[in-house]
Design a protein around this ligand. Structure first.
Ligand code: NAI
Ligand code: MG
Length: 372
């Protein structure tokens, strides 16, 4: 997707209308999704982008009312009418509710969104310098959930789980990681703030010293995709890191990592760990990405403790909106949004309580828009 869309990009002089599905879900999802909408509506006209929005339902509240957490209509409209989408958050009850399962997990499957992309970036002068993105494979590895438990002759239990790594899924995720590395470089060239990385790099994370077949295939396939496409990827530095020392290095020297690609389980763990490097959950965006669709989604949940107070931090959603645009092929517009967020954070004045401020969600949105 990145490659094919990159070619027409926003240098086009023609006004383009993009239809965006808005799925607020539950809790503060309803308070932060309007932030993404306002950001898009207020993008400067020089990007030649116009937006149409369609509100779509999903979530636990909806399930309680209708018995369905993800209506077919939501999926159909996304598939047939939308160019991209923003998803807020959904609540999941802590004890099992018959018939309910998380609609975002189902949506990722139904839309073929095989990658979970999570950038983690600090603001210059605040905390450790970090500017990395974790590209996590989203469909296989131990998460195929093929588990069984049996009893040995002595009556004690044994549990086993399948760890599945395929050449097909690994090729897809590796390509995406390299394309993201190139895309990030093009965003850096369009952004005003000082940059941590001068050259793109991709770090392949694995444990093939122990799991020589499964992680071995992951490592080999990532390298093969790099070698086969060397003409396109020659500016990218190729690196490998065994996952345990990856964790160590990520906390010791997070500044050295640009793009990190990992199988599902390592990617899950690394991406939560990386988010801890930059403070509030209210800052960290993600995107669920497939070959021709991307859904921007803040990493946080529905935050019932602050719901209805108008104080949720909209920045995770605003950055997710930029990320969605990046995957739709509009890196310049995305860079504009990232710059405006960075400017708000560096000034460190208009901020929500999770960052120690006393501004409202809407005040932060307006302060960021003012900086376009
Ligand atoms: P949470 O992310 O909703 O909240 C954790 C803490 O961070 C809370 O103190 C909350 O106030 C704060 N926080 C989160 N987002 C914030 C924001 N934008 N601004 C300011 N503060 C923010 O996680 P929690 O409490 O574990 O889960 C609450 C509900 O959300 C549960 O039902 C859970 O299942 C669901 N959830 C949904 C996710 C999703 O839809 N992808 C992801 C994580 C949790
Ligand atoms: Mg996780």
């Amino acid at each position: 997707m990145l490659r094919s869309i990159r070619s027409f990009s926003s240098t086009s002089k023609m006004l383009k209308t993009l239809k965006i599905g808005l799925i607020p879900g539950d809790g503060i999802g309803k308070e932060v999704i309007p932030a993404g909408k306002q950001i898009l509506e207020n993008l400067p006209s020089s990007y030649n982008l116009d937006f149409e929005f369609v509100n779509l339902d999903a979530g636990f509240e909806l399930f309680k009312k209708t018995g369905t957490a993800l209506p077919d209509k939501t999926v159909e409209v996304l598939k047939n009418e939308c160019d991209g989408a923003l998803f807020g958050a959904v609540s999941s009850p802590s004890s099992k509710v018959e018939g309910y399962s998380s609609p975002i997990v189902a949506l990722r499957k139904k839309m073929g969104l095989y990658a979970n992309v999570r950038p983690v970036k600090s603001v210059e002068g605040i905390g450790r310098p970090v500017d990395m993105v974790i590209v996590r494979e989203n469909t296989e590895d131990l998460y195929v959930k093929e588990e069984k438990t049996y009893k040995k002759e002595d009556g004690t239990k044994v549990a086993e789980a399948i760890k599945r790594i395929s050449e097909t899924a690994t090729t897809k995720i590796a390509k995406m990681a390299y394309e993201i590395a190139l895309q990030r470089q093009s965003i850096r060239e369009n952004t005003k703030t000082k940059q941590l990385h001068l050259k793109p790099s991709v770090t392949v994370t694995h444990k093939s010293n122990v799991l020589s077949q499964s992680d071995g295939l992951f490592r080999e396939t990532c390298k093969k995709v790099y070698d086969v496409n060397i003409n396109d990827y020659q500016n990218i530095e190729y690196k490998e890191q065994i996952v345990d020392s990856m964790v160590y290095r990520m906390f010791r020297e997070p500044e050295i990592f640009d793009v990190v690609v990992a199988p599902n389980l390592y990617g899950d763990i690394l991406s939560d760990g990386a988010a801890a490097l930059v403070g509030s959950l209210g800052l960290v965006p993600s995107a669920n990405v497939g070959d021709n669709f991307a859904i921007g989604e803040p990493c946080h949940g529905s935050a019932p403790d602050i719901e209805g107070k108008g104080i949720s931090n909209p920045i995770a959603t605003i950055r997710s909106t930029a990320l969605m645009l990046e995957f739709m092929g509009y890196p310049e517009a995305a860079a504009k949004i990232y710059d405006a967020v960075d400017a708000n954070l560096s000034e460190n004045k208009i901020k929500t309580p999770d960052l120690g401020g006393n501004s409202s969600t809407q005040e932060v949105i307006e302060d960021i828009i003012k900086r376009f």
